[in-house]
Design a protein around this ligand. Sequence first.
Ligand code: HEC
Ligand code: HEC
Length: 314
Amino acid sequence: MSQNKQPRSPILSILFTLGILVTLAGLFFVFGGSELLNQKNESAKKSIHESIDKNLTNLAEPIIEKVVQPFRVPDLSSVPNDKYGDSILRGKDYLEHTFEKLPQFVGAKNNCTNCHLNSGTTQFAGPWIGVVARFPQYRSRSGKIDTLTDRVNDCFERSLNGRRLPEKSSEMTDIISYMTWLSKGYAIGQDIQGSGMPKIVLDRLPDLKAGRVIYESKCASCHQSNGQGLYTDDGHVAFPALWGSKSFNIGAGMARLQTAAGFVKKNMPIGQGGSLSDDEAWDVAGYFTQQNRPDFKNKKKDWPKGDRPKDARY
Ligand code: HEC
Ligand code: HEC
């Protein structure tokens, strides 16, 4: 009958040993061992907390002081040679040839860069340097927090008298890629030298007769006496239209006297920025902004909180 006394199988003996080990470990925890381990955990936790606290304190201190940041234009050679770089360059192309490349979204015969000079890299001409860090932002005209794509679409609808580009379109992505590339290195919440359009505010109505004289002598050679601009034989903008059906509509920032006067004073006649006096810029801006131009159908929705600026056209 000795054959019945089978030796234990190796698997069973391993399980048996494991069982004993688990029981021992359990006893170790119950009697004091767990206390020891807990202490170790606590001190590890404490040191993690201390280092997080230290990092938080560092963040609370101003890493970059609130000073006006210098204006830096990145070199085109720094556009990466990859898919992102391709998107940046397509975006730049849309902004420079907007009415030709995106005709379904543009009613005017002008381009974004006719106002945002040198592809959005000129100070005091609405540069896009650092613009990505300025949005989202509250805007009184819309009465809400606007994203950068909202702002881009405002200029599509108003400055180019067109339609809103779908937010998820590849064209919008490319435009944002270009603006992101121009904004590299700028922190959120910093002012940048020469951003935005300068404004002139004089405490008088513009003298439209004087404005007309200045227009004829200093502007008409390029923008034409009838304000209709000049186009090359192959249809590119040589000098953008300043009024009429090819121009921005009454909802555009450039249709406002203070903005138009500031832009003209700093940038026009092109290449001779700063040559007009404030009074001349005010009068000539009064003259061209008040000419006939397309209406803006959603104008009733502007400044919903009632804080309409004085120089708005409606
Ligand atoms: C007729 C002139 C004009 C044209 C054309 C124009 N814009 Fe603008 N744009 C402005 C003015 C004026 C502002 C307001 C600047 C300010 O508030 O100081 C502005 C502001 C912007 C801003 C916000 C800039 C900032 O610093 O906050 C963006 C982004 C922008 N435009 C994009 C575009 C795009 C994209 C196009 C083409 C679809 C375009 N703009 C065409 C005049 C123009
Ligand atoms: C030597 C030619 C020339 C003269 C003179 C000139 N401009 Fe311009 N202006 C331009 C060019 C070119 C642009 C577009 C810039 C670009 O695309 O880089 C422009 C753009 C503009 C714009 C932006 C318009 C838009 O809708 O895109 C305004 C406004 C403007 N000029 C007003 C004036 C006024 C006012 C005067 C006279 C005080 C004037 N300009 C004189 C060449 C000229």
